[in-house]
Write a protein that binds this ligand. Structure first.
Ligand SMILES: NC(=O)c1ccc[n+]([C@@H]2O[C@H](COP(=O)([O-])OP(=O)(O)OC[C@H]3O[C@@H](n4cnc5c(N)ncnc54)[C@H](O)[C@@H]3O)[C@@H](O)[C@H]2O)c1
Ligand SMILES: O=P(O)(O)OC[C@@H](O)CO
Ligand SMILES: [Zn+2]
Length: 352
């Protein structure tokens, strides 16, 4: 008997382009949401876009509430939940980078409220996904969360964000290559469920971004357009898989570990990019495609070395040897790398 079933949750409205922040109200009205909006952001995104979103709802006669959070943590999720209950919020808008959006989608999930994603940086592929990612002690949780009902990505806002946030988004996409390889490996070795559609979409998204590398340049708003569409596509792959597997493999474990142990971690996307150079080397060996990954990152100006990440060599090696412990996700790291092997991989690839 055929007894498989799947439930793919995707946004209804994806609004991308110049000045579309002013259409946030229209994008929300179309969803027939009821009640008071709660706008969740972090300090800079609040100043850059959050206030304008609040003003739109105020002018239209809604009674918007707002909350500004400082960090991505379970405490912050609880803080937003408490605030939403206090103000009797009917739906939520997450305005900001990956952390603000993750917190909002997790709080919305807990309260059973609709959620709208308003990215202010093209820095991560959680813009569309129904996953939230939060560190807790020694581990990192990738939890099911409320996927956005709508996404409003204003390329004017994204283009004005610091350029390094855009190159971080590119690197988060380029890391899909190794994430899909890890997923396929886990499928073959551990019978982890694999989706051909999600794997192909994730890989194609990375290929299209790399093919467009020459159009991704500082100061060009078109760059934000190209990158944010790739981030949306990668998020859709995660929604199809109902897992972050299509976009998160060993390179992400490495980055999550750096977030824990590095005195001053770099951007998420930059860390996963450098991780992908090394994990591609582990997949395909010294003559394999790790140079292609490195060159693709270099072409868009993302870091390719520990030094460029601003992280010392020892911390990179420690993260590589302990990354497999961070979560129960089988990857090319298997049950862990020896220190000698980690030094070899990081040295051959020029990361250290
Ligand atoms: N849920 C998912 O599927 C998913 C996917 C990818 C990443 N993530 C998570 O997202 C986080 C990484 O996202 P991030 O790199 O955006 O980090 P972040 O949210 O911390 O943002 C980075 C910095 O950019 C600033 N910023 C954002 N927009 C700006 C703007 N327009 N102008 C000036 N500054 C601006 C923020 O204030 C912050 O200081 C990580 O926690 C990662 O785990 C989640
Ligand atoms: O599940 P994680 O590892 O947080 O990955 C989500 C996202 O960063 C993929 O690009
Ligand atoms: Zn990522």
């Amino acid at each position: 008997m055929f007894d498989k079933s799947t439930w793919i949750r995707l946004p209804r409205n994806v609004v991308v382009g110049h000045g579309v922040l002013e259409q946030t109200l229209d994008a929300v009205d179309e969803l027939h949401l009821a009640g008071r909006p709660l706008v969740v952001s972090s300090p800079t995104p609040h100043a850059v876009a959050g206030e304008r979103v609040v003003d739109q709802f105020e002018d239209a006669g809604y009674d918007p509430a707002e909350v500004v959070i400082d960090e991505a943590s379970f405490d912050a999720v609880q803080q937003v939940i408490a605030h939403a209950e206090d103000v009797d919020a009917g739906f939520m808008l997450g305005v900001g980078g990956g952390k603000a959006i993750d917190i909002t989608k997790m709080a919305a999930d807990d309260l059973g409220l609709g959620f709208v994603s308003v990215p202010t940086a093209a820095s991560h592929d959680g813009i569309v996904s129904g996953r939230g990612s939060v560190p807790e002690g020694d581990t990192r949780h990738s939890v099911a969360a409320e996927p956005p009902l709508a996404v409003v990505a204003d390329t004017e806002v994204l283009a004005e964000a610091p350029w390094r946030l855009t190159t971080a988004g590119c690197a988060d996409i380029i890391s899909n290559y190794t994430a899909v390889r890890d997923w396929e490996l886990a499928h073959r070795l551990k019978n982890v469920p694999y989706s051909e559609y999600a794997g192909a979409l994730s890989q194609m998204t990375a290929e299209m971004l790399v093919d467009s590398a020459s159009s991704i340049k500082k100061g060009l708003e078109e760059s934000s357009w190209i990158v944010v569409k790739a981030l949306v596509s990668s998020g859709v792959a995660m929604s199809i898989a109902d897992s972050s597997r299509p976009a998160s493999g060993a390179e992400h474990l490495f980055s999550h570990q750096l977030d824990r142990i590095a005195p001053d971690p770099a951007l998420h996307g930059h860390q996963v990019g450098v991780g992908a150079i090394m994990t591609e080397y582990l997949h395909s060996g010294p003559k394999g495609r790790w140079r292609d990954v490195r060159d693709a990152l270099g072409a868009i100006g993302a870091p390719t070395t520990a030094n460029e990440l601003g992280i010392d060599d020892e911390t990179v090696i420690e993260a590589l040897t302990t990354a497999h412990e961070i979560r129960d996700r089988y990857t090319v790291l298997g049950d862990g790398m020896s220190e000698e092997a980690a030094i070899e991989a990081a040295t051959v690839t020029g990361v250290v």
